[in-house]
Design a protein around this ligand. Structure first.
Ligand SMILES: [Zn+2]
Length: 162
C-alpha cells in the first residue's frame, strides 16, 4: 500500500483505504463480471447500474477508488415478493477493516451468511475481509471485499426467469 491511506466510515464499519492503489488496479480491468459473463440475468443487471447503485453507494465507491462497472462477481438468486429479482455481488478495494463486525457472519463451522446494512429496501452493502475471485491486478495487496445485495426489476425483452 502507498502512504495515502484514507479513513472511510460507512454504517458500522471504520475502514482504511488506499484509493490510489485501488484505482490503478481497476484501470487494468477490461470489464466487470456481468459483461464477461453475458447471460441474460447479468445483462439485465448491467443495464441498470445507474439506478441500482444509489447516489450514496456511488459516493462511497468513488471514495474507495472502486469502478462501479467492474464488479468482481454478480449473481441472481431469484424473484422476491415485490416481483423484483434478488442479486448479490461484490467488489474489492485495497485497504483493511479497522472496526465493525465482518459482513461475513460465521453461523457454523463451514457456513457464513452475509450480514449487510440496508441502505434502502432495494439495496444493502457491507464489508468483509473474506475475499473471493480476486482479479490479477489486486493480488498481493491487502484487500477488503465490499459485498452488496439488490432488488432489481427485469427490463430485458428476454423472457423473465422465475
Ligand atoms: Zn451471468
Amino acid at each position: 500500500m502507498s502512504d495515502a491511506l484514507k479513513s472511510v466510515e460507512y454504517g458500522r464499519w471504520k475502514l482504511r483505504s488506499d484509493a490510489t492503489a485501488t484505482r490503478t488496479a481497476y484501470a487494468k480491468l477490461a470489464a466487470g463480471s456481468p459483461q464477461e459473463c453475458g447471460c441474460e440475468p447479468c445483462r439485465n443487471f448491467a443495464a441498470q447500474r445507474n439506478t441500482i447503485y444509489s447516489r450514496a453507494a456511488g459516493a462511497l465507491f468513488e471514495a474507495l477508488g472502486i469502478r462501479s462497472d467492474r464488479e468482481a462477481e454478480i449473481y441472481r438468486m431469484g424473484r422476491v415478493e415485490s416481483g423484483r429479482h434478488l442479486y448479490g455481488g461484490w467488489f474489492h478495494f485495497v485497504g483493511f477493516i479497522v472496526s465493525g463486525a465482518d459482513a461475513a457472519k460465521q453461523v457454523s463451522e463451514n457456513v457464513w451468511r452475509p450480514d449487510l446494512e440496508s441502505e434502502s429496501e432495494n439495496f444493502g452493502l457491507g464489508f468483509t475481509s473474506r475475499v473471493h475471485l480476486v482479479r490479477e491486478p489486486f493480488k498481493g495487496s491487502p484487500l477488503v471485499q465490499l459485498e452488496f445485495k439488490a432488488h432489481v426489476p427485469w427490463i430485458l425483452e428476454a423472457k423473465e426467469p422465475q
